[in-house]
Design a protein around this ligand. Structure first.
Ligand code: UDX
Ligand code: ADP
Length: 496
């Protein structure tokens, strides 16, 4: 077909799609929502629903959680909130007590709501079928059963947590089997695409909001009701309505594609180190191709966070369940490359320090899985410190937002390893300078901005010589450090 014809057809298809979207909006005005409840006051539910309250002063938003300590922290008079997220505290300050409430009264919240976000945790299963891969849907199921039990009126129930494809079907079955007479439930999937550290920015101006619904009149109307909420601050053309299963799969797919880019660039970082090429330059050149784009091409010690690994393993499990072993193997390789990158980096530290770090002091700067968050879930720093401990090095850790108790929980694997054995060779420092004092090497594990502006000359003077720096995040000025006298190893950069 000639390109002109293709263009014409595409243009026509677009106007048909536009007309259909408008019809959908005309026919399904959706109901006005007066009261929204969010079950789960975690990293997802807390910021998301706080922003909804902030942007929609006419809607009452209640965030409920079974965890009393977490709710107390959300209600803290000094606004010491349970999670650190730039901009979050201002949002909560503006609307807490006005139209935003935090409570442990889960049943009351459910009973009063028109729309319920289910934003509970979905950790990877530790045992049983699919252990290590599949998501543990126990919390989702318990919350769903509670909704059915407590509701005395019809509700829209929204899956917010990242769930495997077709979870909404299980939720619908549970709700329908247990609903009181006259109570109807519409299920929507509305995955979040926010990244920690930029959650508020992402919520204020998202690239897109995705809402999946059953393509029935009632499903479409529920979808429109939720779209109307977001339309209070997000342009309509960024609010996408799709089928339920597409919405669920899109979330896993988006994270898998993003993580795949990091594993690809990390795989290339090894080639750069071996050839003398520079990964930042290679990434720059690749990113100039607008078909690929410049984001998510930063080489690192490996990706972490609560989503990427979990979601890819979920996808792997889904592929296996669908009898697609080659596809499962392909996606699994993205996670394997991430493990390889962490191992490769720790090995590089040992090799560079004359093949032994036993008894040496290593300062690890950064423990969060990325900057601007205190979250350490799946952080590469945990793997690095465990490797250093296994080599019997002394490790001194500093992170501006991660508390000592969180670090200890991670390193003891939540109490599985005795704290005394970890404390024998791990210390948590109050400042970066303290962590580096008297050390043989500094390892940058998280890309906190403050590490760029440390007084590196002063740090060098306080260290044992030769003083090594291992930049696992490509944030330091390599030449400047070499000039001071450091032996510098940068991920993805061959020796100078
Ligand atoms: C991710 C997705 O970005 C978000 O859309 C989804 O909703 C949840 O999962 P998050 O885990 O908060 O968000 O952080 P993200 O910024 O994606 O970073 C994940 C990990 O990848 C971090 O450890 C980060 O340091 C690492 N990363 C990211 C790189 O190593 N290189 C990059 O170029 C980008
Ligand atoms: P995420 O990163 O997905 O937001 P979190 O673990 O940070 O996950 O938060 C999930 C929250 O959901 C936790 O605070 C947990 O206490 C809460 N939760 C889990 N199940 C229920 C339930 N049935 N009712 C109320 N809260 C729940």
């Amino acid at each position: 077909m000639a390109p002109v014809e293709v263009k014409k057809i595409r243009g026509k298809a677009r106007s048909v799609q536009r007309a259909m979207t408008m019809m959908l909006h005309d026919q399904n005005l959706g109901s006005e929502l007066g009261h929204i409840v969010c079950i789960g006051a975690g990293y997802v539910g807390g910021p998301t629903c706080s922003v909804i309250a902030f942007k929609c002063p006419h809607i009452q938003v209640t965030i409920v959680d079974l965890n009393q300590a977490r709710i107390d922290a959300w209600n803290d008079p000094e606004f010491n909130l349970p999670i650190y997220e730039p901009g979050l505290v201002d949002v909560v300050k503006a609307c807490r007590g006005r139209n935003l409430f935090f409570s442990t009264e889960v049943d009351k919240g459910i009973a009063e709501a028109d729309l319920i976000f289910v934003s509970v945790n979905t950790p990877t299963k530790k045992s049983g079928l699919g252990a290590g891969f599949a998501a543990d849907l126990n919390y989702i199921e318990l919350a769903t059963r509670r909704i059915a039990e407590v509701s005395t009126s019809s509700k829209i129930v929204v899956e917010k947590s990242t769930v495997p494809c077709r979870t909404a079907e299980s939720m619908r079955t549970i709700l329908e089997a247990n609903a009181k007479p006259g109570c109807n439930f519409d299920i929507l999937s509305n995955p979040e695409f926010l990244a920690e550290g930029t959650a508020i920015e992402d919520l204020f101006a998202p690239d897109r909001v995705l809402i999946g619904s059953l393509q029935t009149a009632s499903g479409k109307s529920a979808c429109e009701s939720l779209a109307n909420v977001y339309a209070n601050w997000i342009p309509r053309d960024r609010i996408l309505s799709v089928g339920l299963w597409s919405s669920e799969l899109s979330k896993l797919a988006a994270n898998a594609m993003l993580a795949q880019r990091i594993s690809s660039v990390n795989a290339l970082s090894a080639v750069c180190e071996a050839t003398g090429a520079n990964i930042d330059e290679v990434a720059y050149a690749i990113g100039k191709d607008s078909r690929l784009g410049s984001k998510f091409l930063k080489a690192s010690v490996g990706f972490g966070g609560s989503c990427f690994q979990k979601d890819i393993l979920n996808l792997v499990y889904l592929c296996e369940s669908l009898h697609l072993p080659a596809v499962a193997k392909y996606w699994h390789a993205v996670v394997e490359m991430n493990e390889h990158q962490k191992d490769r980096f720790s090995k590089k530290v040992v090799d560079t320090m004359f093949n032994t770090i036993t008894g040496k002091k290593i300062a690890v700067l950064g423990f969060a899985f990325k900057k601007d968050t205190g979250d350490t879930r799946e952080s590469a720093a945990i793997t690095l410190v465990n490797h250093f401990r296994a080599e019997r090095a002394h490790v001194s850790i500093y992170d501006p937002e991660v508390t000592e108790s969180t670090i200890m929980l991670d390193l003891t694997n939540y109490g599985e390893i005795p704290a005394e054995s970890v404390q024998k060779n791990v210390k948590v420092a109050k400042t970066a300078e303290d962590a580096c004092y008297g050390s043989n090497a500094v390892v940058i594990a998280t890309e906190w901005d403050e590490f760029k502006t440390l007084d590196w000359q002063k740090i060098y003077d306080s260290m044992d010589k030769p003083a090594f720096v291992f930049d696992g995040r490509l944030i330091l000025d390599r030449e400047a450090l070499i000039k001071i006298g450091f032996k510098v190893t940068t991920i993805g950069t061959g020796a100078l």
